[in-house]
Write a protein that binds this ligand. Structure first.
Ligand code: C2O
Ligand code: CU
Ligand code: CU
Length: 483
């Protein structure tokens, strides 16, 4: 009964919103570009400082929303590092509660990884340091707080982490940050009538993860990006807690994918749509022409316009989109290769990997250093018939995510810390070009099996988990020890 009243109240509120208050202006604000974090070089190490805090932001213009951020009010500065260099961070916690900072996709020793075993309390700081040992790529950082990663990330804690190297220097691609090379952090949020973020404990949100009805880019709703170059590069991160998106442009134009999670592809990949599950990244190049100046062009997530592209100038920044990018050294997989199986199962509080939930005092997998292994990840859905019934009831059959974007709710986004792997097979088939590169997070839809080849080159204790953050918080995570 209470729920019903609440629903009616909400309905009335929304009706009154749409009829009486001034309309929310769409696409009137410029896309915020997170500042690059500035460091100082001390004894051969670049030192970076930042802090974790609470703040207030206008995700929606004119509405003040309580958020969390690194340095600022929401999200965090972009960290740009170079392969082969050494870095040291001093991260202060002013959040009022414990948190951790995890480098998603970065190869680091276990003690520098920032998992739930490396939380630091309010008023304290954490000082990780490491050398960058991997190629140019678009990674990110976010909290990994025990049982609260979902809440902390949802409130705004996330930032981009870019690695450059000699190859990315040389490649003829857009590379001027904020000019023709843009971070695009896409997230979905839900607001209450006072403009605060709802982080719901409703059954459905725990079941399928927290999904919003408002898509935001770089911390604001409905931004516009002014285009001044003929070619632009977008580094898109699906930073949503649980939602998958199929990204495209409103005019159905072609674009070229140049990178997966962990770096460049061998060849640029012409596409009209690309799928990203939570935690995944992609880099694309888009070309603009004279006639685009008169058009309204939008970046879309599924069927929603999420960002307007306003073509102003077409200054020529590169000749053309390169076809070949980098050479991969394919793994030689030994015939006696170790194959580990990971069975993803359940939803909500019933989630499990290999029938278990996380226990930080247990090592789930002992992994020898520098070995290549095959990890086989299988999503068996749920053995409880009830859920199947529920799915059908809600009209969410086993449809294919790669064409349906966020509409299918039964996939899991499997992530392994501190490695980049290669997809060997998806359901027995060779991977399609869009995922035939370095990956650290892989979507496994209901009843799918994905086999990846992975090499463990850093020692220590790490996590693997579902990147639907509510699933992770509910225990859909395991530990592995590399030694
Ligand atoms: Cu992006 Cu363990 O996480
Ligand atoms: Cu990670
Ligand atoms: Cu999951």
């Amino acid at each position: 009964m209470k729920k019903l009243l609440f629903l009616i109240f909400n309905l009335l509120f929304f009706i009154s919103c749409y009829t009486s208050s001034p309309p929310v202006s769409y696409f009137s604000r410029d896309l915020p570009i997170p500042p690059l974090l500035e460091g100082t070089l001390i004894n051969g190490e670049t030192n970076y400082k930042f802090h974790v805090r609470k703040g207030k932001s206008q995700i929606i213009e004119g509405v003040k929303t309580n958020t969390y951020g690194y340095n600022g009010n929401i999200l965090g500065p972009t960290i740009k590092v170079r392969k082969g260099q050494n870095y040291r961070f001093k991260i202060h916690n002013n959040l009022g509660e414990r948190t951790s900072v995890h480098w998603h996709g970065l190869r680091v020793p276990g003690e520098m990884d920032g998992g739930p075993n490396q939380m630091f309390i309010d008023g304290d700081y954490w000082e990780p340091h490491y050398k960058i040992e991997q190629p140019a790529s678009t990674l990110w950082y976010h909290p990994h707080t025990w049982h609260k990663t979902g809440k902390h990330a949802y409130m705004g804690l996330a930032g981009l982490y870019i690695i450059e190297d000699d190859i990315s220097d040389i490649l003829p691609i857009p590379k001027e940050y904020g000019v023709d090379d843009f971070p695009i952090i896409v997230q979905d949020k839900r607001f209450d009538r006072w403009g605060n973020l709802i982080y719901s404990n409703e059954h459905i949100d725990s079941m399928y993860g927290m999904r919003g009805d408002t898509l935001i880019v770089n911390g604001i709703f409905a931004p516009t990006l002014d285009i001044n170059k003929k070619y632009i590069r977008l580094r898109i991160l699906n930073g949503s807690n649980a939602s998958n998106y199929l990204y495209s442009f409103s005019d159905n134009r072609d674009f070229y994918q140049i990178a997966t999670d962990g770096g460049f592809l061998e060849k640029s990949n012409k596409l009209k749509k690309i799928f990203l599950s939570p935690g995944e990244r992609v880099e694309i190049i888009v070309e603009f022409k004279e006639e685009d100046k008169k058009k309204d062009i939008y970046l879309r997530g599924d069927d929603t316009n999420i960002m307007k592209l306003n073509v102003m100038n077409l200054d020529k920044n590169i000749e053309k989109i390169p076809n070949t990018l980098v050479d991969f050294q394919e793994y030689d997989i030994p015939s006696n290769v170790k194959v580990r199986e990971f069975i993803l199962e359940g939803l909500g509080h019933m989630v499990a990997i290999n029938r278990r939930q996380i226990n930080m005092n247990r090592v789930d997998e002992y992994v020898p250093l520098n070995n290549i292994e095959i990890w086989e990840i299988r999503n068996i859905g749920t053995s409880h018939g009830g859920m199947m019934g529920m799915r059908n009831m809600m009209g969410m059959g086993n449809n294919n995510n790669f064409t349906n974007g966020g509409k299918s709710l039964n996939g899991h986004s499997f992530h392994i810390h501190a490695v980049q792997f290669r997809v060997l097979e998806r359901n027995g088939q060779k991977p399609k070009a869009f995922e035939d590169g370095w990956k650290d997070t892989i979507f496994v839809d209901l009843e799918e099996v994905v086999r990846v080849a992975v090499k463990f080159e850093d020692k220590g204790l790490f996590m693997y988990h579902c990147h639907i953050l509510e699933h992770e918080d509910n225990g859909m995570m395991g530990t592995f020890l590399v030694e």
